[in-house]
Design a protein around this ligand. Structure first.
Ligand code: ADP
Ligand code: ADP
Ligand code: ZN
Length: 220
């Protein structure tokens, strides 16, 4: 059986992490979110965490080699599918990913890119009101609020803001995304493997649309 691979694209704040998580829960496929993995390394104060902390703080991309080795480690897990969130982010990383597929997965044929499209204005607004829990859950003060203010519904942890979710850093991250994403999206479009979703809808509606598209492609 070929493994299923879905690669999420979208600017920071588009909701791709939220959708990747919903899809992972529904399918049992493993989610590889490079941002989450880096933040976990930083929190655990590992060597890798210390190497990458300054990049995340500044909203700059972590060097490609470090990123690819983290992805490789995660791609070696057993799974019937993988969901990428936040990788690849440039031409070099696309090449690294295609090489890793050849080396590790081999039988994969079902690779699709899924673009969650939102305007920069909407992305900025969402990031300003994003709140996180250390357990990995993501909230929005208005659109996806916790049951009791400031506290995680599932684990009771105290919610916090990401330190790169401030207007100046957000502007830089959006700029990097627009500079790099066009050629990646072009690549998947030319392969006939790009699914585009309107990200300016309710979270549940977007999830349903994604499931419908994947069903019509016989991926789920
Ligand atoms: P990304 O991974 O693309 O940076 P997230 O999934 O973290 O984005 O979502 C950014 C913020 O917007 C979070 O606070 C999240 O709860 C919220 N959010 C996600 N999807 C939607 C949506 N469809 N409508 C409104 N808010 C959303
Ligand atoms: P966003 O909400 O911007 O999509 P992520 O959680 O995906 O945020 O990424 C946060 C930060 O982690 C990035 O600004 C960057 O420093 C680092 N990072 C995540 N993915 C990558 C990647 N593929 N290559 C390099 N750096 C990355
Ligand atoms: Zn929690």
């Amino acid at each position: 059986m070929p493994k299923k691979i879905i690669i999420f694209f979208g600017p920071p704040g588009s909701g791709k992490g939220t959708q990747a998580e919903l899809l992972a829960k529904k399918t049992g496929w493993k989610k590889i979110s490079t941002g989450d993995l880096f933040r976990a390394e930083i929190a655990a104060k590992t060597v890798l965490g210390q190497q990458v902390e300054k990049y995340l703080k500044a909203g700059k991309l972590v060097p490609d080699k470090l990123t690819a080795s983290l992805v490789e480690k995660n791609l070696r897990q057993k799974a019937s599918g993988f969901i990428f969130d936040g990788f690849p982010r440039n031409r070099r990383q696309l090449k690294d990913l295609l090489d890793l597929f050849k080396k590790i997965i081999k039988t994969s044929e079902a690779i699709y890119a899924l673009e969650v499209a939102v305007s920069d204005g909407e992305a900025r607004e969402r990031l300003g009101q994003r709140r996180l829990c250390a357990c990995g859950l993501v909230y929005h003060l208005v659109y996806n609020p916790p049951i009791s203010a400031g506290v995680c519904d599932i684990c009771g942890g105290k919610l916090f803001m990401r330190n790169d979710d401030q207007p100046k850093v957000i502007a830089g991250r959006l700029k990097i995304y627009h500079r790099q994403s066009a050629l990646l999206l072009d690549y998947w479009r030319k392969q006939g493997r790009l699914i585009k979703i309107d990200g300016e809808q309710a979270i549940k509606k977007i999830h349903e649309e994604i499931m419908e598209k994947l069903k019509s492609l016989k991926l789920v």
